[in-house]
Design a protein around this ligand. Structure first.
Ligand code: FMN
Length: 189
């Protein structure tokens, strides 16, 4: 008999959402998602920091700064995204959470921040919110406005933004879920 439960269903059901309603998520929903992030496994003894951005003007500036930085890269598809006027790397989501890690930590913080980010996404799905992991917006910190943006976002000194996620109410239902690839598991028994 197949084993299943609510958690397993949510894990399978979660997909990246790239189209959001303008309406802001409720504060209780935000807090539930953040709490899930804080309970992720971590090697650095919670040496992370979560930055919630819900200011539309700042979200727009982050998008533009990230796109500007992308145009300077030698990676063709990122350059194209940067030059695409119609592309918004945050997909119009009303909430962005940036997960940063303390660079002074003796253990690398990228895995901790990734684990926290996955918790954010799963928690979001479990309460009916749409979400998407966003690497692209982090390019903003490597743009000309990078250090100013870090200050405005109050990212603590010595912390590096490793990952981020957008949240919002889904505009459209998910279609075309990719089949899982076969032969990705080896059993030694
Ligand atoms: C490290 C990482 C970075 C990602 N960055 C982006 C991004 O910048 N923009 C985006 O639209 N999706 C981004 N994604 C989402 C992936 O494109 C998505 O998870 C993948 O296509 C699988 O689709 P699913 O999430 O619907 O299962 C990222 C995912 C990961 C794990």
């Amino acid at each position: 008999m197949t084993v299943t439960n609510e958690t397993l269903k949510i894990i399978k059901q979660r997909r990246s959402i790239r189209s959001f309603k303008d309406e802001q998520i409720r504060e209780e929903e935000l807090q539930a998602v953040l709490e899930a992030g804080l309970y992720a496994p971590n090697a650095g003894d919670q040496a992370w920091h979560f930055t919630v951005v819900q200011n539309k003007e700042l979200l727009d500036r982050l998008n533009l700064a990230a796109k500007e930085a992308a145009t300077q890269l030698d990676i063709e598809h990122l350059k194209q995204m940067g030059n695409n006027e119609g592309f918004n790397c945050l997909y119009g989501a009303p909430t962005l959470i940036i997960v940063s890690g303390d660079e002074r930590s003796p253990v690398p913080l990228d895995a901790d921040c990734a684990a926290a980010t996955q918790n954010l996404l799963l928690a979001a799905e479990s309460i009916g919110l749409g979400s998407c992991w966003i690497f692209f917006v982090l390019l903003a910190f490597y743009s000309q406005q990078g250090s100013e943006l870090r200050k405005e976002l109050k990212i603590p000194e010595g912390y590096r933004p490793y990952s981020s996620a957008v949240l919002g109410y889904k505009k459209a239902a998910v279609v075309n879920v990719q089949e899982r690839k076969p032969n990705l598991i080896t059993y030694i028994r």
